[in-house]
Structure formats: C-alpha cells, structure tokens
Design a protein around this ligand. Structure first.
Ligand SMILES: [Zn+2]
Length: 415
C-alpha cells in the first residue's frame, strides 16, 4: 500500500485531542536548550532496535525463523556492548531490552527524555526485487521534494498501522501550521548536518570495513525520526529478501561486523564533535584518552563476505558535495564554518553580519556557509577570533580540493 504522510484519513474531535496530547508529549520531552552547549560532547546514545513484539518487521526470504526485529535487536545489543566497553564515558540506552512492541513516536520520546546526543534506529531492508542488496542510511527529510516515500520509508512507516489511533498519533506532526512544528523544524534543521555526518560515517564504515554495497545516505520523512531533537539516523543493515545478504545478516559474524562498524562510526563522530567543541572552548585542551578494552572484530582491511555483486538498476549513491562558490585553485586551505541552512543565500556581507569572503557548499539540499580561504593555520585562527564575535558557534575547518579533511592533519601539512 502506498502511503504518504500528507495522506491521512478524516479525524474525529476526540482522536484529534489524543493526537495533540501525543504532540505535546513529544514537545515536552524537548531539550530546553535550543542548541547544546559547545562542550556538551557525545555522552548519551540511544540505539533503537527496529520493530518488536507483534511487529516482526520484514520476514526476509522465509528461510529463517528469526525476522527483522530479531536481527536488528541482536545488532543493537552488540553496538551497545562495543560502545560501553570501549568508550567508558558514553552511556547507551536501548529503546527496548526485549521483544516488545513500542510505538514509533514513543521511541524518540525515550531519546528526548534521556537528553540523548545521538539517536540511531537499526533496521533491515526488504524489496520485491530479490536481487536488491546493500546498506543505506536515512536522515529526516521534510522538504516538498522529499514527500514521496520510497519503498524503504513506506515499509518502515508501516509499523504505525499496528498502533492504536495511529492516524492521530502522527497527524499533528504532519501539519506545518502550529508554532510548535516550526520549533521542531528548527531543531531538526540545526541537527541535519550532524545527522548526515553520522550517516555518512556509518555508510563509509560499512563499505570500507565490512565490504557492503553503499546505497548512500537518503532523506525521507520517516515517522520514527520525526520527533527527535538530536542528530538522528535510521540505518538499514541490508536486505533480508536477498538470500546471500540474509545469510550474512543472520550470521553471528555478520552481526558482529555490522555492529562494530556502527560502533566505529559513533566513535569517529564523538571524537570529531569533541575535538571541534574543545577547539571552540579552550585552545589546546586535550581530549579524554580512551582505552579500547576489547576491539570488536573489524580489521582495518575490508572483509570478504558471501554476497556476490548482483547487477541492479539502482546505482549506488555515495554522498556528493556541490561547491557553489569560488574556483581559486587552492589545494589545502582553512575556513571558518559560520552557518548551516536549508536556504540558499547569496554570499553577500549584508546576509552574514557584514562578514566578507563568505562562500558556501551544498550537500543534500543543505547549505554550509564558510568565511575565508586561508593557507596558514595562524591566519585562520586569527580570522576565527574575528568571526566568533558575530557567530559564537563558528569553528575552524580544513579542506583539500574543497573536500573537508581532518583539521589536525591539515594543521600538520600547512605552512
Ligand atoms: Zn524496519
């Protein structure tokens, strides 16, 4: 059945009130700070094993007794184990500890109430085309062009049908009118860049270390991500409808490899965030050293798996960045990132508090605005100090041929 979030049935007064109650539950669980403190770090992670209880998720090929809800739970539990063993300052909360049904909106309420820094929902994909395979990650898409749900989003949103009063549970979150929705939208705009960054890293780890086919990062209006007030990603580990991929996903080794790839992506994101935050707060402040207790079984070399590449019409969609600014031939340069927005603004001083030499990049419909293109770190530091007076959350970034690279690495290589 084709479902679109704009297409909801008629509602009765009583149900509408129930819907509003749900909306306020979601909003009441908001983090009261519009933007987290710069040194907030990444300390609480909510992992959401998809489906559960009366909702088995997709059934795969039918050759196994365990279904999507079981595979997603096993992988989620392993992600929790790896993170807690190796990042002792990070707490992981699972939205379910056993095989039970939880409404989709309730899953983000759990994350909001826990004041989580990241929300990751873990699922397995399905398709009528038995040859479809590979991993993909989703972030929330709310623009007009995202409104038509793709096959995966239809499947993942279908769990709503098992909820009592499901139409009212989501109707209020689908209207664009109430001020509360605008507030929610502002939160999600603010976190979209970070959501994309985590999703990208997860896909990179799946592809590079576990040798999965990368179907890319996509934006869809997914019900389970709708109420989130932190960076939020839905991960599809692979297709249970593809026999080869199902064998891998059902195997202990497959689950361990995928879970450790997610753990490594979380670790990367945590370090990047904390490095960035430390840079804003106090110059030269060091990160807490993290000792790896037990290293999850992912080697630095990609692992061969049983899935044979099967030709398929959909091409892999790795992330693309469109540079909509200057062509100055700089190979390595530093800039100050000042803002992220869905709005494509002309890079004029009047749009950026009088700052000159602003330029931008576009990725997934999101515009990132930067100030300056400097070849030495010292110059860049001086510029950052100036920019901070206008944009207190601004921070330094480094580029190589207009592709973002690690700041410390760039610092070492810069003159
Ligand atoms: Zn699912």
């Amino acid at each position: 059945m084709f479902m679109c979030l704009g297409m909801v049935g008629p509602s009765f007064k009583g149900i509408k009130i129930a819907g509003l109650a749900v909306l306020f539950t979601v909003l009441a669980a908001f983090n009261p700070r519009p933007f987290r403190a710069a040194n907030a770090g990444v300390n609480i992670i909510v992992i959401d094993p998809g489906h559960g209880g009366k909702d088995p998720g997709n059934l795969g090929t039918g050759r196994y007794r365990t279904r999507e809800k079981d595979v997603s739970f096993d992988v989620s539990a392993l992600v929790k184990k790896y993170i807690e063993e190796n990042l002792p300052d990070t707490k992981v909360i699972l939205t379910r500890d056993d095989d039970r049904f939880i409404e989709l909106y309730q899953r983000t309420v759990i994350a909001n109430r826990a004041n989580a820094d990241v929300f990751i929902s873990i699922h397995c994909n399905a398709n009528d085309n038995k040859t479809a395979y590979g991993t993909e990650s989703f972030v929330l898409g709310m623009g007009e062009k995202d409104q038509r749900l793709n096959k995966t989003a239809q499947l993942e949103n279908a769990a709503r049908l098992l909820e009592e009063n499901w139409e009212s549970n989501y109707e209020e979150l689908n209207t664009n009118n109430p001020a509360a929705i605008i507030a929610l939208r502002a939160y999600q705009d603010a976190f979209l860049e970070q959501s994309i960054s985590i999703a990208d890293e997860i896909q990179r780890q799946f592809e590079g270390r576990v040798k999965r086919r990368n179907r890319g990062v996509k934006q869809q209006p997914l019900a389970v991500l709708r109420g989130s007030t932190m960076p939020a990603v839905l991960v599809e580990l692979g297709f249970l409808t593809n026999p080869g991929e199902e064998d891998f996903l059902q195997s202990t080794q497959g689950k361990e490899l995928l879970a450790s790839a997610i753990y490594r992506a979380v670790k990367e994101y945590k370090f990047k965030r904390e490095q960035r935050d430390a840079g804003i707060q106090t110059e030269g402040s060091s990160l807490t050293p993290v000792v790896e207790n037990s290293v999850p079984p992912v080697s630095d070399k990609p692992t061969e798996t049983s899935v044979e590449p099967i030709p398929e019409s959909i091409a892999a969609a790795p992330s693309t960045v469109i540079n909509v600014a200057i062509e100055d031939g700089l190979t390595l340069h530093f800039s100050v990132q000042i803002a992220v927005s869905r709005n494509d603004l002309p890079c004029l001083p009047e749009n950026f508090k009088g700052l000159e030499s602003v330029w931008k990049q576009e990725q997934y419909g999101l515009y990132k605005y930067f100030c300056g293109r400097l070849t030495t770190f010292t110059e860049a530091e001086a510029l950052k100090e100036e920019v901070l007076e206008h944009y207190p959350d601004a921070y330094l970034v480094a580029f190589e041929k207009d592709k973002k690279i690690d700041l410390n690495e760039a610092k070492k290589r810069a003159p």
